[in-house]
Design a protein around this ligand. Structure first.
Ligand code: BES
Ligand code: MN
Ligand code: MN
Length: 457
């Protein structure tokens, strides 16, 4: 049997070529024009899974983009791990800020550059290569299934129905996911929680057309101004969200949990630098780590309306809009938040403008318990490959399907991510360090060894 490290070293070049072929497919789920690329990406993943030695691999339709399902079952007496990943990526715009083509990946400065290099093509691919090693070495210690979706970046709308319809096929003992970050390879971490999400569009309309701001201005209400006041009023001077009832279901962390969290290494200067800001601000009474990990947020993602072209135009605009999202924490429910938000916006919108609130998508937060064989196996695997016991970290990001897995399949997930904060996911120049990619493969292989040992002993 070839040792894991040697196999990875000997095959690293081929791994990269294969991953690059996947990154070259612009599988942007947000864009209609990329519809054909979704199927192309699904097909390539299916073929990679087949080459990695699964007994069955299929592309299955959902109400949205297709899902790739695959499995290798070695014994019904052994545990089954379901691996989840997504083949869709975020749009690459603005293209002009990329130093290399987002869909023509390159290896430069020991990093893989391209859209999806980390999120989630690179991280998903680690699992396919881990499987390839285990089947070729005959060392796969348990059953393995894959579910790879193509709509994560747009809210996984079709996946809940797919899970409900395919419970039996997807039956497993745990779900393993690499779609998150760790603090660093010197201070490894495992994600112990994710925030939920509720995403909205708010449209305001006032005058029936753009009006001359001299003839009407001062007497006619301006939707752009109103939108600004509404948004400004959604937080108070302590940066608390003012929507009545918003915090009702928030579970406050205990002081022990907060003390534990405070022990986590956090380099404030590095964090500010990675964000390109010179100061931080957030909810009064909470640390930076708490603000990101255990507190809900409300943010404007973008807003538009009126005249934004070259030069000047003197108008009272007819319309104004904003995309507003909230990160949620246990036990906030996105549907409940949607009700509260819509009611509140309707109440505070002044006469003279009409408002429409559309709830676009959402998902619940997730907490991963630490006292389970699943978490312990992940911790042992990362410790063995990176030489340091990982610390649990509650991430601020969201993978809405993780809570859905628990609800519909009744199975908990382990979030063993190998990305770094500096990987610029969703941004120009997304990248994934080669070291993390290769260590990720090694860690996944070690995970199966430890997990199976802990489960059958
Ligand atoms: N992989 C990310 C989520 C993530 C990244 C979690 C890093 C923790 C650390 C995922 O692809 C993502 O981008 N999720 C979206 C939510 C989705 C509904 C658009 C997010 O968090 O904005
Ligand atoms: Mn992702
Ligand atoms: Mn993402």
């Amino acid at each position: 049997m070839i040792p894991v490290k040697k196999y990875i070293e000997d095959n690293a070049e081929r791994f990269l070529e294969e991953l690059f072929a996947l990154i070259r497919i612009p599988s942007v789920s947000a864009k209609e024009e990329n519809k054909p690329d979704m199927l192309r990406a699904a097909r390539l993943i299916k073929s990679y899974l087949e080459k990695a030695g699964v007994d069955r691999a299929e592309i299955l339709p959902t109400s949205g983009n297709p899902v790739v399902f695959a499995e290798k079952i070695i014994s019904n007496k052994l545990p089954t791990v379901l691996v989840y990943g997504h083949y869709d990526v975020q749009p690459a715009e603005p293209f002009e800020l990329w130093l290399t083509d987002p869909f023509e990946p390159v290896l430069k400065d020991d990093k893989i550059w391209g859209r999806g290099a980390d999120d989630d093509k690179g991280q998903l691919f680690m699992h396919i290569k881990a499987l390839e090693y285990m089947t070729s070495a005959g060392s796969l210690p348990c059953n393995i299934k894959f579910i790879v979706e193509g709509e994560e970046e747009t809210g996984s709308a079709g996946l809940a129905g797919f899970l409900t319809d395919n419970r039996q096929m997807l039956a497993s003992d745990m779900i393993l996911i690499s779609d998150t970050t760790m603090i660093s390879t010197e201070t490894p971490s495992i994600t112990s929680g994710l925030r939920g999400l509720a995403y909205f569009q708010v449209d305001l309309s006032g005058p029936g057309r753009d009006l001359h701001s001299g003839l009407y201005g001062g007497a006619v209400i301006n939707p752009c101004n109103v939108l600004c006041s509404i948004i400004a009023s959604l937080k108070d001077s302590d940066n608390r969200i003012t929507i009545p009832g918003f915090y009702d279901d928030v579970i406050e962390c205990t002081s022990e949990e907060r003390q534990e969290m405070a022990r986590r290494p956090f380099d404030r200067a590095k964090f500010m630098n990675s964000a390109g800001v010179t100061a931080l601000s957030g909810e009064t009474g909470y640390t930076d780590i708490e603000r990101i990990g255990i507190r809900p947020t409300l943010d404007v993602n973008g807003m538009w309306g009126g005249f934004t072209g070259e030069g000047t135009k003197t108008i009272i605009p007819a319309k104004a809009s904003a995309k507003i999202s909230m990160r949620l924490v246990p036990d906030q429910k996105p549907e409940r938040i949607a009700e509260l938000f819509e009611r509140h916006i309707n109440r505070i919108t002044p006469p003279g403008v009409k408002v429409n609130v559309e709830y676009l998508h959402g998902g619940e937060a997730y907490i991963s318990p630490l006292d389970t064989p699943e978490y312990q196996a992940a911790s042992m695997a990362v410790e063995e490959s990176l030489g340091m016991k990982p610390v649990p970290v509650r991430s601020g990001g969201s993978i809405p399907v993780v809570a859905t897995f628990e609800k519909i399949l009744g199975v908990k997930s382990i979030l063993m991510g190998f990305g770094l904060e500096s990987d610029a996911i969703h941004s120009p120049n997304e990248n994934f360090p080669l070291f993390n990619f290769l260590k990720g493969i090694e860690s996944v292989i070690l995970f199966y060894k430890h997990y199976t040992k802990l489960k059958i002993s």
